[in-house]
Ligand binder design. Structure first.
Ligand SMILES: CC(C)(COP(=O)(O)OP(=O)(O)OC[C@H]1O[C@@H](n2cnc3c(N)ncnc32)[C@H](O)[C@@H]1OP(=O)(O)O)[C@@H](O)C(=O)NCCC(=O)NCCS
Length: 205
């Protein structure tokens, strides 16, 4: 469930700190919110992006029409698919991607993380800011104990972004993925709540 107040990090708190501003510059204001119908064109563009298909999806690449995409969403909404927390990412008031928690394990209290931004929004710190918000949501609002994910080894921006939020490499599956004409390793990463809390004063342990 999306929190009633929008889950946002405008940077205002940290913007007051000159050292922080010197380090990050003028970073866009990033927030996570629920999907609306107005987001569907953007979300379809992201889901259908063949250039980053293998980075984002375990399924084989294929053209994805808007009608198929709408049908997938309708099926997922109607079936009440396994538990997820899916957010649209907004930067400076504009929807630019999505991030989610899925594959929840209620007993062991962990979930998997996914994220994708449209091409023009990448490389501006937005992905890292959105991940910070998602991780905080996972640990504080959902009381999870651990998060995990996998990334193709050549996806330097994703791996760096995850590391900046605190994820560490837990394993490597050699030549596990077929990516645009070659086999690639898959890097598995994880983050424990206690590690995340240790980086932030006054967080739940
Ligand atoms: C992965 C993704 C979410 C990262 O978000 P982003 O906003 O582009 O990343 P950021 O701007 O926050 O950058 C994070 C770090 O990666 C570095 N980085 C960004 N682009 C990079 C690139 N192409 N190569 C190497 N490093 C890169 C940045 O310099 C930054 O590190 P630094 O602060 O030490 O300099 C985004 O690039 C994306 O949506 N990619 C396509 C889909 C995808 O791969 N999803 C992840 C699947 S595992």
């Amino acid at each position: 469930m999306i929190p009633p107040a929008r889950w946002e990090r405008t940077g205002k708190r940290r913007d007051a700190d000159p050292a922080y501003r010197a380090a990050v510059g003028d970073r866009p204001a990033v927030l996570l919110r629920a999907r609306t119908d107005a987001d569907l064109d953007l979300l379809h563009r992201l889901a259908a992006d063949l250039d980053t298909w293998e980075e984002r999806s375990p399924s084989g690449p294929a053209p994805l029409s808007r009608a198929e995409f709408d049908a997938q969403l309708a099926r997922r909404d109607a079936e009440g698919a396994p538990e997820t927390a899916r957010f649209v990412i907004e930067a400076d008031g504009e929807a630019i991607g999505g991030t989610s928690l899925f594959a929840f394990d209620a007993l062991a209290r962990h979930a998997e993380v996914g994220i994708g931004l449209v091409a023009e929004a990448r490389g501006r710190g937005i992905g890292t800011a959105a991940l910070e918000l998602l991780v905080e949501f996972a640990f504080v609002r959902r009381n999870l104990r651990r998060l995990h994910l996998e990334a193709i080894a050549s996806n330097a921006a994703a791996i760096r972004s995850y590391e900046k939020v605190g994820f560490v490499v837990e394993g490597r599956q050699r030549k596990h993925a077929w990516v645009r004409g070659r086999y690639e390793d898959v890097v598995r990463m994880g983050l424990l709540r206690r590690e995340w809390a240790a980086r932030r004063p006054s967080s739940p342990a």
